[in-house]
Design a protein around this ligand. Structure first.
Ligand SMILES: [Zn+2]
Length: 393
């Protein structure tokens, strides 16, 4: 059996194999096959819940009917490397230099996947039995549209009545040291494109035109001055930012016929996307604008409050590193937003956290992970699984 001291080389080997696969979204490029083969050997039943050109691996093993269901989740796809000439080493030829492993996906998130697999192999070979159910859900569409990926797989599994209690997503959450930051939620993100219609005309004859810029100014002032909330213990206040305003022909003597405004809201769990839309459309109606508005929801916010999962995660990190992690809700979106509301009617949210290596180089050229993070991360994952799926209860 693999000793916990041998995690370094085992994780390095598997991470290297995964980085060698050019799995730019939505390609999986065989990454999930490698992982599925390892998990099958560890007693998991595996299946693919593919959709479109996206691969989604579902692997599950029930150790004992009684006990919790823990899901380990992540993605095998990576963002494009950009110009390879800007890299010091080829992005898809993993290279160890100065105690770091370089390559696209080294930190986001092929090392996490490797650490999870090695941790689970270690646990199933150990003589301490596990209880409950342990599953993996991996997609090749996290960095892209994210429509056929985790969101789709969750729908399929939910329809079968399958639902985990806890989920650890292997996103690179850490800031300076492995395990110093754990994400326990994410803000929601809502985009709007507002078109205000007027009547085009000559600036010398305003009585024959209707200037949509003038018409919209008061509404925009009220919109940007709206106080949504004060935030809460976990989140900063909800904020609205106008990102683009376009109108006019470029000529100085033409009143424009229309105005387009794009804005985004980053919102916390005190708001819902429906509530925000109703409020804003009410505001626009009050100003009697002739408008249409298109909404695009990137994700509702989610929050995992302190409970059994955060307790297990914090304890595992403290045992490994001697320091208690910060629970944070900062950062962009992740597939946690699809897993958290994975509900059977009447059931609670799934408790979800994101825990992975440091994220300083993700999506950048020369993406890398310190080799020294691999074994601690693996031991932390193993400890979390052992704790939540303990046969002793
Ligand atoms: Zn990621």
């Amino acid at each position: 059996m693999l000793d916990a001291n041998q995690f370094d080389s085992a994780v390095l080997e598997l991470t290297t194999a995964l980085i060698s696969r050019v799995s730019v979204t939505p390609e999986d490029a065989g990454c999930q096959d490698i992982i599925a083969e390892r998990l099958e050997k560890a007693g998991f039943s595996v299946e693919w819940i593919d959709a479109g050109d996206v691969r989604n691996l579902w692997a599950t093993r029930t150790f004992a009917a009684a006990g919790a269901h823990l899901l380990l989740a992540g993605h095998t796809d990576v963002v494009p490397s950009g110009p390879e000439t800007e890299w010091n080493t080829p992005p898809f030829s993993p290279t160890v230099q100065n105690d770091r492993l370089y390559g696209r996906g080294a930190a986001d998130m092929k090392s996490s996947l490797a650490a999870m697999v090695v941790a689970v192999e270690h646990l199933v070979e150990s003589d301490k039995p596990l209880a409950g159910t342990l599953s993996f859900l991996l997609t090749s569409d996290e960095e892209g549209d994210a429509i056929h990926g985790t969101r789709h797989a969750v729908e399929v599994l939910n329809a079968r009545g399958i639902r985990p209690d806890f989920c650890v997503v292997g996103e690179p959450s850490s800031s300076h040291h492995v395990g110093d930051v754990v994400r326990c939620g994410r803000r929601g993100s809502l985009n709007a494109t507002l078109n205000v219609r007027g009547v085009q005309g000559h600036v010398a004859y305003p009585q024959d035109a209707d200037n949509p810029i003038h018409g919209a100014l008061a509404a925009l002032a009220e919109l940007t001055g709206t106080h949504w909330d004060d935030g809460n213990e976990y989140y900063p206040p909800t904020s609205l930012q106008i990102s683009n305003i376009n109108a006019g022909t470029g000529a100085t003597n033409v009143i424009p016929g229309s105005l387009e405004i794009k804005f985004n809201l980053r919102f916390n769990t005190l708001q819902t996307s429906d509530g925000i839309q109703t409020t804003i459309e009410g505001l626009l109606d009050r100003h009697q604008l002739d408008y249409d508005i298109e909404w695009q929801l990137s994700g509702e916010p989610f929050l995992t409050e302190r409970g059994a999962l955060t307790a297990a995660v914090c304890a595992a990190i403290e045992r490994e590193t001697g320091t208690e992690p910060e629970l944070s809700t900062s950062g962009g979106t992740s597939d946690g937003r699809f897993i958290s509301p994975w509900c059977k009617p009447g059931s609670n949210q799934v408790e979800v956290v994101e825990l992975g290596p440091t994220n300083a180089t993700i999506h950048k050229v020369n993406e890398c992970i310190d080799l020294a993070q691999m074994a601690p991360l693996t031991r932390i994952y193993a400890d979390i699984v052992r704790h939540l799926l303990s046969a002793a209860g």
